[in-house]
Design a protein. Structure first.
Length: 106
C-alpha cells in the first residue's frame, strides 16, 4: 500500500483540478542512477487492468505490479524548504541511497 500525507493529497488534488483531467497519481520505479532505482511520478489519465490502486486522503494512487515490491509501505509527502518544494518519499524498503539522493537500493 502507498499512502499520501494530507499535504501531498492536497497538492495532487489541486493539480488535477487545474489540469482538468486525470484519475490519480501514478507512482513507480525505474532502473537508473548509481544505486539502481529511482522514483517516477506522473498524473494518470487511465488505470490499466493489472495496476494496483490504493486510495489515500481522497486520491487514487496507481502502482504497476513490477514497482509495488520496491515501494510497498511508502508514504509520500509534499514539503517546502526554502525555495525548494516537492514530493518526499518515506520508503521503509530502502537499504541504501546514493550520495545525491536521486536513486536508492532495496
Amino acid at each position: 500500500m502507498i499512502t499520501l500525507t494530507e499535504k501531498a493529497a492536497q497538492h495532487v488534488t489541486r493539480y488535477l483540478a487545474r489540469r482538468g483531467k486525470g484519475v490519480g497519481l501514478r507512482v513507480g520505479v525505474k532502473t537508473t542512477g548509481c544505486s539502481g532505482l529511482a522514483y517516477k511520478l506522473e498524473y494518470a489519465d487511465e488505470i490499466a487492468a493489472e495496476d494496483n490502486v490504493f486510495e489515500s486522503n481522497g486520491v487514487k494512487v496507481i502502482v504497476d505490479p513490477k514497482s509495488l515490491p520496491y515501494i510497498d509501505g511508502t508514504e509520500l509527502d509534499y514539503a517546502r524548504e526554502g525555495l525548494n518544494e516537492g514530493f518526499r518519499f518515506n520508503n521503509p524498503n530502502v537499504k541504501d541511497e546514493c550520495g545525491c539522493g536521486e536513486s536508492f537500493r532495496v
